[in-house]
Write a protein that binds this ligand. Structure first.
Ligand code: PGA
Length: 249
């Protein structure tokens, strides 16, 4: 069964990029988004720009790139889910491979972060994806399905607030993208896991692809089976490279 929400979801993840001068890009993206009501467009700016982007582009859907698992407290340098929501975020990325790799985020921590995000009213974009060695060993499906086990912490009543982003690590920032068959097979497996967890409601959840998505390859990627949008890093940093991706959705 096709997803119940036919609109593609295109998210730009600026990672640790963007100063005040980048607000001009955010404004251009927001303006374009209003002209593309058939696509859900969102941006995850660095937290330093979140509230300002929300102020200058109030119609643009915004997300945080990560959140702490506690609501508040003595955690110097950290951002809570409630702070993200207060700054204008509607969702948060959880489990991006860079967080898993550089900050040692494991299943237990990610489960706590998902709970914190939900408690603050944020939607969750759960990122999953295998490293190159796992794919070479032919183990990518069990690996990704094991990463998906954390969704058990989201009850079926609130699963509509969940989106999955499949981002093979070997494709992030490398210029390599997974092929049509690789993407379709993985997204079908993820769809199966969502269905197993949530029944028919799992069919309505969106599964995004990420990893070197560009204006050149977006149209083909977005046509792959069970691909409901894209999580875009490098190509989302400027309107010139991001708007054509929105247009191909
Ligand atoms: P990329 O990043 O588009 O630069 O490969 C994607 C991501 O990490 O979300």
């Amino acid at each position: 069964m096709p997803p119940l929400s036919p609109r593609k979801f295109i998210i730009g993840n600026w990672k640790m990029n963007g100063l005040s001068a980048s607000l001009v890009e955010a404004r251009a993206i927001a303006q374009h988004a209003t002209q593309c009501p058939q696509v859900d467009v969102a941006l995850c700016p660095p937290v330093s720009l979140l509230a300002t982007v929300h102020r200058v582009a109030p119609n643009l859907r915004l997300g945080g790139q990560e959140c702490h698992q506690e609501q508040s407290g003595a955690y110097t340098g950290c951002i809570s889910a409630a702070m993200l929501a207060d700054a204008g975020a509607q969702f948060v990325l959880i489990g991006h491979s860079e967080r898993r790799q550089y900050f040692g985020e494991d299943e237990k921590l990610l489960t706590a972060k998902i709970t914190a995000a939900r408690a603050a009213g944020l939607d969750v974009i759960l990122c999953v994806g295998e490293p190159q060695a796992v794919r070479e060993a032919g183990q990518e499906i069990p690996y990704v399905l094991a990463q998906l086990a954390v969704i058990a912490s989201i009850a079926p009543e609130s699963c509509a607030r969940l989106t999955i982003a499949y981002e093979p690590i070997w494709a992030i920032g490398t210029g390599l993208t997974a092929g049509y068959a690789q993407i379709t097979i993985m997204h079908r497996a993820i769809r199966g896991a969502l269905r197993e967890c949530y029944g028919v409601q799992g069919d309505a959840l969106r599964i995004l692809y990420g990893g070197s998505v560009t204006a050149e390859n977006a149209a083909v990627i977005l046509k792959c089976g069970d691909v409901d949008g894209a999580l875009v890093g490098g190509a989302s940093l400027s309107a010139a490279t991001f708007l054509p991706i929105i247009d191909s959705a």
